[in-house]
Ligand binder design. Structure first.
Ligand code: SF4
Length: 234
């Protein structure tokens, strides 16, 4: 994609939503880190249902360590993979206490050295807690970047590198939020809402959907016809 098109895409995202926010709830950099670790292969809504009580009980590495793995599991048992997540959160809390003075480090390498923290989680924390212009490529960002032609790539890291090159600097800070929200609510995996999409004319996807109402009418006509064929007396 040419850079002027990328500029136009992000100009529209910014006009539509000047201050996009992530949807995970948190109180400080530590609870943000915990929420992001919990959100792996789980929905933000599911994590948000569990974390208010958890963060009321433990919002620092010290309190989390005191809670212990068994105590933590009681708060997060509704979240997928909670056993391994509890193990990682207690282990990373201990490391934060022992090596980083109980603080979340403002350092990619240090973040990625923590149990359960990969590049994507580090990017989210660096972006939201420290204001770094990083792009966390989750499933939504990966899909939107590929479909639109903005940054096609086979791996999240490849997409991330391309996005960092093509997105104008002034949009980088909010870019991953705009892309996530666009992927979550408009350019969805199974049925992108192309008629309602504000970047439709700039998107390179060959299989854009057509008007939803017309499609709905066409599909109910098709099911009526198929019902008549299977039962001609109706
Ligand atoms: S036009 Fe459709 S495929 Fe392209 S970004 Fe918009 S919703 Fe996604």
């Amino acid at each position: 994609m040419k850079s002027d098109k990328a500029e136009a895409i992000f100009r529209r995202f910014q006009q539509a939503n000047p201050e996009p926010q992530g949807e995970l709830r948190y109180k400080n950099p530590f609870t943000l880190l915990v929420a992001v670790v919990l959100s792996a292969r789980a929905t933000d809504a599911g994590v948000n249902r569990a974390t208010p009580a958890l963060f009321a009980a433990a919002d620092t590495p010290e309190k989390m360590t005191s809670l212990g793995e068994t105590g933590l599991k009681k708060f997060i048992k509704t979240i997928g993979l909670f056993n391994s997540k509890a193990k990682n959160i207690i282990a990373l809390s201990k490391i934060l206490n022992e090596k980083f003075g109980g603080k979340v480090p403002y350092d990619r390498e240090a973040l990625e050295s923590l149990p359960g923290v990969g590049r994507k989680t580090a990017n989210v924390v660096l972006n939201i807690a420290f204001g770094e212009p990083t792009i966390a490529v989750d499933t939504h960002v990966f899909r939107v970047a590929n479909r639109t032609g903005l940054a096609p790539g086979k791996t999240p890291h490849e997409v991330e590198e391309k996005l960092l090159k093509i997105i104008p600097q002034k949009y980088l800070h909010h870019a991953h939020h705009w892309l996530i929200l666009h992927g979550r609510y408009v350019c969805t995996a199974r049925r992108p809402d192309c008629p309602r999409c504000l970047i439709r004319d700039l998107c390179a996807f060959n299989e854009k959907t057509v008007d939803g109402l017309r499609q709905k009418a066409a599909s109910s006509n098709a099911s009526r016809q198929s019902a008549r064929r299977s039962n001609p007396r109706r």
